[in-house]
Design a protein around this ligand. Structure first.
Ligand code: B12
Ligand code: SF4
Ligand code: SF4
Length: 352
């Protein structure tokens, strides 16, 4: 080995990663928590998470790269501030979760990890086989980030990096070379103490306990992963979130400071990609919606699902000004899903 851990971490900083660590290829320690979470039904409709293609590689990193010798875990920071609307701009505004306001982080992270692999190869002067992973890859991302010493898993189940907070997305690079390990030997201690602000703020009571989330009740799941009819009893609690939810992070004292500077590519593209005008979104036709969702994490939901979410949010504004947009959805949609939610929203406005 002709390089040091510090030199490699310096390369990750040059590539814009807010945190990074090099971890040995070992067995995960908390795989059983993952399988018991599945067994409890907490994954809801995300049945793919329980298939062997997802459970086996989570138990053994070498299933992702047979020759893997080291794992680099990284985090990218995204913005925590809400953009402000220009004065006088009146609109019924929804909310998009902060991680989804800029370029699709899956694409940003993947490109950066591919670049990291070439920089490692250049630094070592050898060919390096590698496998980049982010989100949909079958790997226990929070566990490996915790093992790398990036931070601790908190009561809201988020990986919190002290000094940076939890507004971070995670990624990993498996490589077939022995890199100098930078990970601490002991796991970081949870630092929530007696705080339980996140557990109390959740409008759908999605936490079954500290450190344990039932995805089926989480607004993030309901607005992104779940593509059916949202249980009626949960719709009011969704408020005006149309893609994801940040409430259990907004109240967290670890997110109170300035945090790490957000990555430029993950900055909100526009006010409309952060706090969208719900009426304008409901009025968009297929092509306009495609444009709006292009190269954004929003493209991970079908357009009808986005309009379903917009309908629920419009109903939850409780503002009669939402009516024309809901009427427009009813008149133009070919989706039963959108129609059903728009009808519910009109009833919530007291207009049927
Ligand atoms: C499925 C999934 C979801 C589901 C379920 C979330 C959940 N909490 O389980 C839903 C759709 C609800 C969701 C929502 C969100 N998600 Co998500 N999601 C995932 C995904 C694909 C798998 C997570 C998983 O396996 N869950 C099952 C549980 C059991 O596993 P786990 O949360 O990883 O927990 C592990 C450790 O935390 C630990 N652990 C478990 N219990 C305990 C108890 C104690 C005491 C301790 C110390 C540790 C510990 O063991 C577990 C197994 O190793 C990961 C990507 C990935 N490949 O890992 C992204 C991921 C977790 N999501 C992410 C994000 C950004 C979000 C949202 C913030 C998006 C949003 N704003 O709407 C919300 C946050 C909601 C929340 N409070 O978790 C990030 C989290 C980054 C971070 N800083 O933690 C990830 C890592 C994606 C990424 N590449 O960045 N998500
Ligand atoms: S993301 Fe929102 S709905 Fe999901 S657990 Fe956190 S506060 Fe609850
Ligand atoms: S809000 Fe409090 S309990 Fe929840 S994650 Fe933050 S510090 Fe921990």
């Amino acid at each position: 080995m002709t390089t040091t851990g510090d030199a490699l971490i310096a390369i990750t900083r040059e590539l814009g990663f807010a945190r990074a660590a090099i971890v040995p290829i070992e067995a995960p320690r908390r795989h059983a928590l993952y399988t018991s979470w599945l067994a409890d039904g907490h994954a809801g409709d995300m049945a793919f998470l329980g298939t062997p293609a997802h459970t086996l590689p989570r138990a053994d990193l070498r299933a992702l790269l047979a020759t893997a010798r080291s794992l680099v875990v990284v985090a990218l920071a995204y913005g925590r501030q809400d953009p402000s609307a220009p004065p006088g701009l009146v609109a019924l505004r929804g909310r998009i979760a902060r991680y989804a306001r800029g370029e699709d982080y899956h694409l940003v992270m993947r490109d950066r990890l591919v670049e990291l692999a070439s920089r490692i190869a250049a630094e070592l002067g050898v060919a390096v086989a590698s496998r980049p992973c982010v989100d949909s890859a079958p790997i226990l991302e929070r566990e490996w980030a915790e093992r790398g010493g990036l931070g601790f898993v908190a009561k809201n189940t988020m990986l919190i990096a002290p000094g940076a907070g939890s507004y971070l997305v995670l990624g990993e690079l498996l490589v077939d070379v022995d890199l100098p390990i930078t990970a601490p030997t002991a796991l970081p201690k949870p630092r929530c103490g007696t705080c339980r602000a996140c557990l109390d703020v959740c409008p759908t009571q999605a936490f079954v306990d500290a450190y344990a989330l039932d995805a089926r009740r989480c607004i993030s799941y309901l607005t992104i992963e779940f593509h059916g009819s949202i249980p009626e009893e949960l719709r009011p609690a969704i408020g005006t979130w149309i893609f994801g939810c940040d409430l259990c992070q907004e109240v967290c004292p670890f997110n109170a400071g300035a945090g790490e500077p957000p990555d430029a590519q993950l900055q909100p593209r526009s006010l409309e990609h952060a706090l969208p005008d719900l009426v304008a979104l409901a009025m968009k036709n297929t092509n306009q919606l495609r444009q709006f969702m292009k190269r954004s994490a929003l493209r991970r939901v079908p357009r009808a699902v986005l309009h379903r979410n917009v309908a629920v949010a419009l109903g939850n504004t409780r503002d009669p000004a939402a009516r024309p947009a809901l009427d427009h959805l009813l008149a133009t949609t070919s989706s039963d899903l959108v129609r059903e939610h728009a009808t519910w929203a009109l009833a919530r406005l007291g207009l049927t």
